[in-house]
Design a protein around this ligand. Structure first.
Ligand code: FES
Ligand SMILES: [Fe+2]
Length: 326
């Protein structure tokens, strides 16, 4: 049974937007694991995430307004909450000190890699390694969020699957003339799952339109965070996939796409390429039944080329992930 209160995901960070989103709207309304969350920023740049609910009559605080750059006012009766989440003003009773228990439910928020992250429980002190991010020769393009009406683990497994390239991404990430997958390495350790030395020919591996023989390395760091790097000679291309569980069957797939070549290709073109690839994956993943990823390896059939998926399923089982799995 999939549950939204999965301990691992409640105590993990989830991407809810690019940091620039707060410049435009000031107050964001997002959803994580079925919970409505209001995200806003104080004048001194502190990003806050609270349950999007005024404790007076349950109105959405995201409909309210920021007061004096440091407090959030409910739109219904004007109760105002300071940055600590405590109610400091009840306009109907100006002489009365708001009761101590008049507080919002506050969550954790952080800004990292230009993204806003929210954790509903106790956040891990952890950031997935992303060497290309720290390398100045890499250009960064944010893609998504791609909306999948599917459970997160199915989306991650699709991301790890190279066998579908010649069929789902024909003429870009694969070709039906060369569908075979040579043996490759998979290791599971304390850091997660790593699959390496996966060599394939791609007619258009990165949106530049130039075909290459590439070598992939995949890594899964968290149940819904995965990465790949592919290279051909000195050209590197990497994607960090961060899947946010919005609801049980609605997921937002965010991707940081980094590459150290083809600087002359406009960013929009490269993003359009990734949009196209995701657009090919979405109907396939949404069609998968069961929707929950079976962790029992007796369910579904596995072949040598599914080695990464097998390791991912085993690892999720060891971790005890209940969300999106069966
Ligand atoms: S519902 Fe928020 S102030 Fe009344
Ligand atoms: Fe795909």
């Amino acid at each position: 049974m999939a549950v939204l209160n999965d301990k691992i995901l409640v105590n993990d960070w989830h991407v809810v937007g690019h940091v620039s989103a707060l410049d435009a709207t000031e107050i964001m309304s997002v959803r994580v694991l079925g919970i409505d969350v209001v995200v806003w920023r104080t004048g001194d740049g502190c990003v806050l995430a609270w349950k999007d609910l005024c404790i007076h009559r349950g109105v959405r605080l995201s409909l309210g307004e920021i007061q004096n750059e440091n407090s959030l006012m409910c739109p219904y009766h004007g109760w105002t909450y300071n940055a600590e989440g405590r109610c400091i003003s009840i306009p109907a009773h100006p002489d009365q000190q708001p009761p101590e228990k008049a507080r919002v439910e506050a969550y954790h928020a952080k800004v990292e890699r230009d993204l806003i992250w929210v954790c509903l429980g106790t956040p891990p002190d952890y950031t997935a390694p992303f060497p290309e991010w720290d390398d100045q020769t890499y250009r960064r393009i944010l893609c998504g969020p791609y909306v999948f009406k599917a459970h997160g683990p199915r989306i991650v497994e699709n991301f790890l699957d190279v066998g579908h390239f010649p069929f789902v991404h024909e003429n870009t990430l694969g070709t039906r003339e060369r569908p075979e997958i040579a043996p490759y390495e998979v290791v599971t350790d304390a850091e997660g799952v790593t699959a390496s030395q996966i060599r394939i020919f791609q007619p258009n591996p990165d949106g530049t339109g130039i075909g290459k023989e590439v070598e992939y390395t995949y890594r899964v760091f968290r149940p819904l965070t995965a990465y790949f790097r592919k290279e051909a000679t000195t050209q590197g291309f990497a994607i960090m996939l961060m899947v946010t569980p919005v609801e049980e069957t609605i997921s937002h797939a965010w991707m940081w796409m980094l590459m150290n070549h083809s600087y002359d290709v406009p960013e929009q073109e490269l993003r359009a390429f990734q949009d196209h690839v995701a657009g090919e994956d979405i109907p396939i993943v949404e069609s998968q039944r069961p929707e929950l990823l079976p962790l029992d390896l007796q369910a579904e059939l596995h072949l040598r080329s599914d080695k990464t998926a097998i390791a991912y399923r085993k690892w999720l089982r060891e971790l005890g992930l209940t969300f999106g799995t069966a």
